[in-house]
Design a protein around this ligand. Structure first.
Ligand SMILES: Nc1ccn([C@@H]2O[C@H](COP(=O)(O)OP(=O)(O)OP(=O)(O)O)[C@@H](O)[C@H]2O)c(=O)n1
Ligand SMILES: C[C@](O)(CO)[C@H](O)COP(=O)(O)O
Length: 246
């Protein structure tokens, strides 16, 4: 069985989330924090040998105290995040075990993940070296100039929206990050693409949303009701950490 390390970047500023109590990975969602939904999709898998979460230095103390039970029971490693998402992933990558053949990066802020989608992207990465979940663009896309006038209607046939998980051979992802320099990457695939490697898309689902604004939490709550629960997890507990965190 191939061995996977999982990186969960959770060190963003959550500026678009605009909540005075919580950053989005730590906000309550259907009885547990957003990032725990993401974590639990991987922590039950036999092919996952390591899980690393990147947390901003300012959040570290609260994070360790609020989630100490989950961190200890599931053997999660906590590392410092950086200024950009790629800085957070890069730092986590330095801690990946050498016996992991593949590294999976999944936004802590994407809590609505199905095990079937993980199976599919893990399998494709094993076959090809690099694979990401993505969905074909369904909207009509306009290119608009500075004055607000449409310049062109963009053909959408070849356009896909990148999601996570994004899964790569460990040596490819290491090389991609070594060569990043100051490249402003918004996902990991583009760094591997820059090496000239083929990155394959695996059709995901528009249910695999990334929490960006507070309204996304309501949507995520409804989506979680229709997704199968992670294997081996008991019923969702009432959220217990509110007061401590505030
Ligand atoms: N320096 C950063 C920036 C982002 N992330 C993480 O990467 C994921 C996707 O990033 P995004 O949705 O852009 O999160 P934020 O940067 O927090 O959002 P915003 O732009 O609204 O501040 C999130 O789980 C986020 O916590 C990270 O680990 N380190
Ligand atoms: C990797 C990613 O999920 C791609 O959709 C990423 O988090 C994108 O972040 P952005 O804030 O939407 O650029």
């Amino acid at each position: 069985m191939a061995r996977f390390a999982v990186i969960l970047p959770a060190a963003g500023a959550s500026s678009r989330f605009q909540d005075k109590h919580y950053k989005k990975p730590f906000a309550p969602l259907a009885g547990r924090a957003v990032w725990l939904h993401s974590l639990h999709r991987f922590s039950q898998r036999e092919d996952v040998i390591q899980i690393i979460v990147a947390v901003a230095p300012d959040d570290r103390e609260d994070f360790l105290s609020r989630f100490s039970a989950d961190i200890t029971l599931l053997g999660v490693q906590v590392v410092e995040g950086g200024r950009e998402r790629a800085d957070s992933v890069h730092n986590a990558l330095r801690h990946v075990k050498s016996d992991a053949e593949f590294v999976c990066v999944h936004d802590a802020a994407r809590p609505c993940l199905s095990e079937l989608w993980i199976d599919a992207v893990f399998q494709k990465a094993q076959q090809t070296g690099a694979a990401i979940l993505a969905v074909p663009v369904t909207a009509t896309l306009k290119r608009v100039d500075q004055s607000g006038v449409i310049v062109a209607t963009q053909p959408r046939e070849e356009l896909w929206e990148a999601q996570t998980p994004q899964v790569f051979r460990r040596d490819w992802l290491l090389e991609a990050y070594e060569k990043r320099g100051g490249f402003p990457a918004t996902d990991d695939a583009q760094l591997v693409e820059r090496l000239g490697k083929k990155v394959h898309v695996v059709p995901g689902s528009s249910l695999n949303i990334k929490i960006t604004t507070r309204d996304d939490l309501k949507l995520a709550e409804e989506i979680l009701k229709v997704l199968p629960k992670p294997k081996g997890l008991g019923p969702i507990h009432p959220f217990a950490g509110d007061d401590l965190w505030r």
